[in-house]
Design a protein around this ligand. Sequence first.
Ligand code: 2BA
Length: 108
Amino acid sequence: MKLVIAITQDEDTANLVSNLTEEGFRVTKLASTGGFLKSGNTTLLIGVDDDKIEELVKVIEKVCKPREITTAVSPMPLVEEAYMPYPYNIKVGGATVFILDVDRYERI
Ligand code: 2BA
């Protein structure tokens, strides 16, 4: 069994959770915050049998679309004196997905 941790954009969450539950996946949704943009995103925990992983990844790929956003957050550290708000375009998502081995799974 695997535990999939998928960090997704809030805009895709409702659609993704619906698609996953319709396909028979069990999902836990957590509100999270990206460290770079300091804005909300969603972290999904999905426990899944090994033979279902590719199916799961396909659903995530289908629903979660990359978006370009404009932010004043700099990708490079700036010294305070040199700080000047400047709009940057950043491509966010579709999704950041971690796939971990599960030692043991119990539903009690
Ligand atoms: P944030 O940390 O808010 O990052 C949002 C987007 O900002 C990232 O999109 C990336 O395009 C950019 N970004 C992040 N850190 C950067 C940096 N040091 N320099 C330049 N650009 C940077 P994504 O890569 O699609 O990530 C979306 C969200 O997924 C992240 O939100 C974070 O919450 C999570 N994430 C991504 N990679 C992660 C990782 N290795 N570990 C834990 N969480 C991760």
